[in-house]
Ligand binder design. Structure first.
Ligand code: BDR
Ligand code: CA
Length: 324
């Protein structure tokens, strides 16, 4: 099988951790590196969380490299209100630090030069690492085959302000550098579609009943997130944004897109807003913006990859309309 070479730039994070599981358990993907950035939680703890997720699925082979500790210009605001003080729902698992000493930017630049036009980058956190690379070398990210970003809110409210989504709000200056760089083959997966990826209480209970180490882990880390969703917006369950990017890489029919130009506001009331002009669709300087999502396909794929030994149960739950 010709595997898709993938680098994941992440800030785990509960939903980032789920995205890592999905990627690490998908044989179509060659996970070349996980690069980590401060976002939901500061980068050192985020790196431990990434390593824990990979250890959980027996993927000790994947390189984990730490990147930016802080946003480029603004004060760092983590999202521990959403993800817990340890970044993964206050489960306080024993944590091991990744041993690799190369930085995220060194790893990404080295791999892109080694495999020009072959690597997909999935960026699921603030864009500080990618903006740092652009500042070091304006051309090198153009060597990526494709870059898919989770971030922004286009026609829906943000989750940090009426107009801003966390990844762009946390480091708006990096997001601006990134979108101003006119990179080819960019796709944006904003809150407009990720809001529809709701892990419902029934799904979570079904996962709990599987009683495997992975199911226990998923149930453990999502508890805090569920409580946050209830307290914040009276939603039952939790929205798991980041794995949608990975699912789309595995099945392109999960999302539909429309081309548009993304500009990022860095100051004031609208700081972190992603302003999309759908009238401007130059190949360079425009992005594919996700418009609609097949959430049923997403969850079928997600559940079947994480809990393949329970495929029959998953199908029965779907037939009984207990889930999906
Ligand atoms: C994004 O921000 C983080 O809290 C999540 O991990 C996701 O990447 C959603 O706004
Ligand atoms: Ca994230």
């Amino acid at each position: 099988m010709n595997k898709m070479k993938l680098i994941m730039d992440v800030d785990p994070g509960i939903d980032d951790s789920l995205a890592l599981l999905l990627a690490g358990l998908s044989p179509e993907l060659e996970l070349m590196a996980i690069t980590v950035v401060s976002g939901n939680i500061e980068v050192h703890q985020a790196a431990r969380n990434a390593l824990f997720a990979m250890n959980m699925i027996g993927r000790k082979d994947v390189l984990i490299a730490k990147g930016c500790e802080l946003p480029l210009q603004r004060n760092y605001v983590d999202a521990t209100d959403t993800h817990g003080k340890d970044g993964i729902g206050e489960v306080y698992y024993p944590k091991e630090d990744p041993t690799n000493k190369q930085s995220a930017s060194e790893v990404i630049i080295r791999l892109l030069k080694q495999y020009p036009n072959e690597i997909t980058i999935a960026a699921l956190g603030p864009l500080s690492n990618l903006a740092t690379i652009i500042q070091m070398d304006r051309e090198v990210l153009k060597l990526a085959k494709e870059i898919v970003i989770m971030g922004g809110s286009v026609n829906v409210c943000g989750n940090c302000s009426p107009v801003a989504e966390y990844n762009f709000w946390c480091d708006p200056h990096s997001a601006k550098i990134f979108f101003d760089a006119k990179l080819p083959n960019l796709s944006l997966v904003p809150l407009d579609v990720t809001y529809k990826i709701l892990l419902t209480p029934n799904m979570r209970e079904t996962i709990r009943q599987f009683k495997t180490p992975i199911s226990q882990y998923v149930v453990d880390i999502t508890g805090f997130y569920v409580d946050f969703h209830w307290a914040q917006e009276r939603t039952l369950g939790c929205v798991i944004n980041d794995p949608l990017v990975i699912a789309y890489l595995l099945d392109r029919s999960i999302l539909t897109f429309k081309s548009g130009h993304v500009a990022i506001e860095t100051e004031g009331l609208a700081m972190g807003e992603s302003v999309v002009d759908f009238r401007n669709t130059d190949r360079y300087g425009s992005s594919n913006i996700a418009q609609s999502v097949d959430s049923k396909k997403f969850f079928e794929l997600f559940l079947s990859r994480l809990f393949h030994e329970h495929m029959e149960d998953i199908q029965r739950m779907i037939e009984k309309r207990m889930i999906l």
